[in-house]
Design a binder for this molecule. Structure first.
Ligand SMILES: [Zn+2]
Length: 113
């Protein structure tokens, strides 16, 4: 790979640098997807008996050793875990951005030779 004097002006490299520096923000990321289930508890005196103000059950669907698992999440952890899963999605987007830049650069180099 050749590194010329104009590297700092290369918008691809600037963008890649930004993306790489951002990767540290994703250290708390978690895989999986967040699922909300609404349900009744079937107790006749509960507020959910009207079938409108239902209980919400929070779960994470995730692959563990290649097998899909569902993990129940207490309400107190919902915001935190939702955010950590969102971090993973942003990480994937950043990684895809870096790959795209590197592929574009690789193909450009290949044209020259
Ligand atoms: Zn209920």
């Amino acid at each position: 790979m050749t590194v010329g004097p104009f590297m700092a002006d290369d918008p691809d490299l600037q963008l890649r640098g930004q993306l790489v520096r951002r990767l540290g923000l994703f250290r708390e990321m978690l895989p999986g997807s967040f699922v909300e289930h609404k349900r009744t508890c079937r107790r006749p005196n509960c507020h959910c008996a009207d079938r409108k103000s239902l209980h919400i059950q929070y779960q994470i669907s995730v692959l563990i050793d290649g097998k899909p698992k569902t993990i129940h999440i207490p309400e107190a952890l919902v915001d935190e875990l939702r955010e950590k899963i969102r971090l993973h999605q942003r990480f994937e987007a950043a990684a895809a951005g870096i790959c795209k830049i590197n592929l574009r650069r690789f193909l450009k180099e290949r044209e020259k030779s």
